[in-house]
Design a protein around this ligand. Sequence first.
Ligand code: MN
Length: 755
Amino acid sequence: MSITASTIQTLESSVPNKEERQFIQRAYRKLLRSIKMPLSKEDSNTIRRAFELAVDAHKEQRRKSGEPYITHPIEVARICAEEIGLGPTAVACALLHDVVEDTEVSLKEIEEQFGSVVARIVDGLTKLDGTYTSNSPQAENLKKVLSTLVDDVRVVLIKMADRLHNMRTLGAMPHHKQIKIAAETSYIYAPLAHRLGLYNIKTELQDLCMKVTDPKPYQEISRKLKESQRQRTRYINEFIKPLTKKLDALKVPYRIFGRPKSIYSIWSKIKNKGVSFEEIYDLFAIRIVVDVEPEEEKDICWKVYSIVTAVHQPIPERLKDWISTPKSNGYESLHTTVIGPKGRYVEVQIRSERMDEIAEKGYAAHYRYKGVSTQRDVYQIWLDSMRDLLENPHTDPLEFLSDFKTTLFKEEVYVYTPKGDMRILPKGATALDFAFNIHSDVGYHCTAVKVNSKLVPLGYELRNGDQVEVFTSRKQKPGESWLKMVVTGKARSKIRSAMKEERRKKGETGKETLERKLRNLKLEFDKNVEVLVRFLKLPSWADLYYAIAMGEINPTDLIKNHFDIENGLLVPRKEEEEKGAELERIGKERKNRQNKVPKLKLFVGGEPADKYTYSFASCCNPVPGDEIFGFITTNSGIKIHRSNCPNATNLMSHYGYRIMSAEWAAAWNTNFVAKLRVTGIDDGPGVIARLSNEISKLGVNIRNFNISGDAGYFESMISILVQNTDQLNLIIQTLRKLKNITAVSRIEEEQDENT
Ligand code: MN
């Protein structure tokens, strides 16, 4: 594509200065040369018209550096074509990207002249530049970028080119602006570049940010890199030399070279590992790129691997096969670390030219080669999970951020469904995350998970290659403790909204109670609820309903003790003001209690039981102080049994792999059911009263009392509520001492409801 007469004419009328005109023309020519794909007449025409419109529209503007403004969109367009590998539409949009925001040209004009696709992209780019209104600008901005991303990835890729050029020319900006732009870049754009597989751009953005935020270490590392350059080249040659002959024998075109690591990554290593620059040996990686047909790629790469490892001894644990299983940003490569000359560890990357291009340019290259390789559409999977998250309304911007960070920036684990379908989850994801990943309904009702056909706790952290099977039950529903067992944004937001719904539902009975109460007092509902909520200083009406439903607030007592009724309205009693303060204190305490992490009460498998869904087995009714163990059931989480439960032997001998150790951690304030069998001689009608008297004297409540008798002999079953074995044993001892009592024992039933 060459420069046409009409373009030259536009330039002449818009840029009077001849030198500047030539400068712009050179830049434009460079852009046109950078477009490698063949262009249709229509495409060339679109690019030309976009350029002409932009030149004219920006003619009065200059960049901070003093250059004509148009040099910026030209360079952004070139980055799109050359460094990201985007096509002609994106090039035209990049040329137009600042037109609507900074000049008189309207979006409508763009649409009329370039059609709806270009207009939509330019609109997206304009919106991304807008200002934010909320008090959490970073979250809002990130959300905006990501919503755009799921609509049309091109918008974000062009924005990335825009940001890269601005970062490259940041020197002309005042320092405080540099800092702000660098912060946003490292927060949003560098991770996004990584996620979209734009490796080169990510690396450059990180280095450019570091140059602004940490100039001293930046300069120092870059100086040291230069100084050690020759020494490094010598080492690389020494490493490569014994390989070349054997590689030549493959009779396949290849490139082999040492690739330096980025300044930022060296700095991270210095910081994270606490080493000095001089102590870092792997300042570079060796890369071998073979130029072969797609169907030969895998084969040749492994041949290269065996050549390399025949010469240099490999460290087997460091072998990473991203060819068989590409990363979710599309990255394909074979990595190994070998022991090179002087005993130094050297990373070797083996890949084809196609893989190399995808590795460096990411997203766009991935799509260009689509159909060539058998690669799954990894981006589609990722974008779908993004869309999922965005569709879940987030009220708290911080929650939103943390959800996104896990989805956006974490490395992955690869796991399989029982049918062998692969699922990609972020590293650290749990069995429960997997259930939510399959479907939110599967997540909601997940009761147990088998990994590689063994049952695991829901909080089990997935490992590469795990085969995962989820069991569900309609009766199951998410609990607060589940939030601690998941890391993915999707699972977390689904559980959170289920909890909110649950709270709302529970609150309904509270609302009914309150309605009845107010109706009886002939008080209008809304106004008086508001009075109560304000009096109690609760955050919302729903909180009042919930507190009533949970028995924390008794509306009858509340109104009787603290309010007068005047003209159909509740009025807090004057002399009660102090009590109001007291109530406020209680309210605060209640809130604190809710926010506080519940005290550890039980350990299962050496971990806090809160990590799991658990309950106490009804066959043996364990009480704090009893020897216990956990049993993973198929339908109802972990059941805690007493070690001397009659079912224990059976469970342990048949399902040993489902047994988990368990122990009590701290005192519970809750009551536990304990069942006692008491037998004795029936000495008259007073026996029930006698037994229950003794029990209540010890401050223990009876839940259930059954008695049967025959021929002067009785047998009773008593369910009591106790806090621990001390209390329970005291009762047993006391009852045993009673006259005419022959035996007192705890009841255990044999049953198999637990498997
Ligand atoms: Mn721009």
